[in-house]
Ligand binder design. Structure first.
Ligand code: F6P
Length: 468
């Protein structure tokens, strides 16, 4: 079996005992790396503070090598905080209004991709299979090809791919599109993303579908398809099932004082629709005052990308909206909303999901949104909570038994919250069963195997069955 080489902007490093960090993607990719042997390469998350990026640092853990590079302050400013998160992120989430395009930052993005290629080439063996993740590294395959790399290279985009008109507003869109077409397999989260990508090729007149998921563009052919990412469903459900014994969950349950819990868990990001969610919750309370004092909405929101101005201002907006809501509707013995700005460890999170009657996952746009899946997986099968889910999250393509809402429609979302809180047990169970079956049959291990089956060199894929 050929080695696997994973490349991503951030690398989830194992603890001292060699265990990967919690989370489906890290666990599944570590399992694949352990089985085949291989390398996980990426940015160390640090900057050197000097003019030159630091040397590649290699760390061994059994069959896996971690290859990490520090970047310069300028790299971080231009590649990560700049082009990746002020152009590609907003564009892919259909927010042209938030893009801040600067040629210098675009140059920094391509420069860091060249640096990654330069550092990866000496580590590669001819039959390694390379799997690149996410929008930070779209040009990497083309850079590797320029350096003579002939290996199979796959790419998975964790975020949405936008419609052609939106994508074409990036001044260097052609270089980005050509970069994607240098891979052998390009994976998207949903069929809508694949349609948008195909639309970009067609509208630009640079490529066409050949059928069966194959495309020809910029003089080469490759596969592009939807590979909706899954989670570690059974493991997470088992952790959640044990959570009622956890002291922290018992304390949380006690603090609710018999009130129903609604929960939202999101990285602080404008794509998550948190202010719109607070508005919808307020509308729900005002239109159904019998719930005043009977429900509590917990919003868990770790800060993120705080050096990007749009994120800093979102931080202020959410904090002030939460404060305004509590000031307007709270009483001396009840606050409608609890807002915390830090991350919560997965076992506790699993318990909080299970404690909640309603999961609010209402992004304005999202590649997949694994919180939606985690909320479902954590529920008690005998008495499951209800998921209120934005139709603009990739997860809605699979979890169509959730209460699907339009996050721009505060009244509609408010009604869905009320419906979720008053939904009869039979209906809750039926909806949950349907979603849980899907999550169990399409988990993250299956997702990884499916992508790898497409990426594997054809000779590996079509080996004849051994004779009986
Ligand atoms: O979902 C997209 C993504 O970039 C992931 O790759 C990443 O883990 C997450 O968002 C957090 O982003 P950042 O690494 O910028 O904090």
């Amino acid at each position: 079996m050929s080695r696997l080489v994973v490349v991503s902007n951030r690398v989830p490093l194992p603890d001292k005992a060699g265990n990967p960090p919690a989370g489906g993607l890290a666990v599944a990719l570590h399992a694949a790396l352990r089985e085949r042997g291989g390398i996980w390469m990426g940015w160390s998350g640090k900057s050197t503070g000097e003019d030159e990026p630091g040397p590649l640092s290699i760390r061994e853990n059994g069959a896996i090598q971690y290859a990490l590079t520090d970047l310069t302050d300028r790299d971080v400013a231009e590649y990560y905080n700049g082009f990746a998160n002020r152009v590609l992120w907003p564009i892919c989430h259909s927010r042209i209004d938030l893009t801040e395009y600067a040629r210098r930052e675009m140059a920094g993005y391509f420069r860091v991709n060249r640096l990654f290629a330069d550092r990866l080439v000496p580590l590669l063996r001819p039959d390694d299979v390379i799997w690149v993740h996410d929008y930070h590294l779209i040009p990497l395959a083309e850079e590797l090809r320029r350096r003579g790399v002939r290996n199979r290279i796959g790419f998975f985009l964790h975020i949405p791919w936008p419609p052609a008109d939106i994508f074409f507003s990036v001044p260097v869109y052609e270089a980005i599109l050509r970069g994607l077409c240098a891979y052998d397999v390009v994976g998207f989260q949903t069929d809508y993303d694949v349609e948008n990508f195909a639309g970009c090729l067609r509208r630009e007149g640079v490529g066409e579908p050949l059928g069966g998921g194959r495309f020809r563009a910029f003089g080469r052919s490759f596969v592009a398809g939807d590979f909706p990412i899954g989670m570690e469903t059974a493991e997470f459900a088992a952790i959640a099932a044990k959570s009622p014994d956890d002291r922290r969950i018992r304390e949380m349950a006690r603090s609710l004082g018999g009130r129903d819990l609604l929960i939202g868990v999101d990285r602080l990001d404008y794509s998550k629709g948190i202010p719109q969610r607070i508005e919808a919750y307020e509308r729900f309370l005002r239109s159904a005052p019998e719930y005043m004092g009977k429900v509590i909405y917990l919003q868990v929101t770790p800060a993120s990308r705080s050096e990007v101005p749009e994120y800093a201002s979102m931080q202020e907006t959410v904090a002030s909206e939460a404060g305004r809501l509590n000031g307007a509707l709270g009483t001396v013995d009840w606050v409608p909303m609890r807002y915390i700005n830090r991350s919560i460890r997965r076992p506790v999170l699993a318990g909080l999901y299970r404690l909640a009657k309603v999961g609010l996952v209402t992004p304005l746009r999202d590649g997949m949104n694994l919180v939606a899946k985690e909320f479902v997986a954590a529920q008690d099968p005998e008495d499951p909570g209800v998921l209120v889910l934005s139709r603009f999250a990739g997860a809605a393509r699979e979890l169509d038994s959730a209460l699907l809402i339009n996050p721009h429609d505060a009244e509609g979302t408010a009604k869905a919250i009320q419906r979720a809180l008053s939904m009869p047990l039979d209906e809750r169970r039926e909806r949950w069963d349907h979603m849980m079956k899907r999550l169990l049959s399409h988990d993250v291990v299956q997702w990884c195997a499916d992508f790898m089956a497409h990426l594997e060199p054809p000779t590996h894929r079509f080996l004849p069955e051994p004779a009986p």
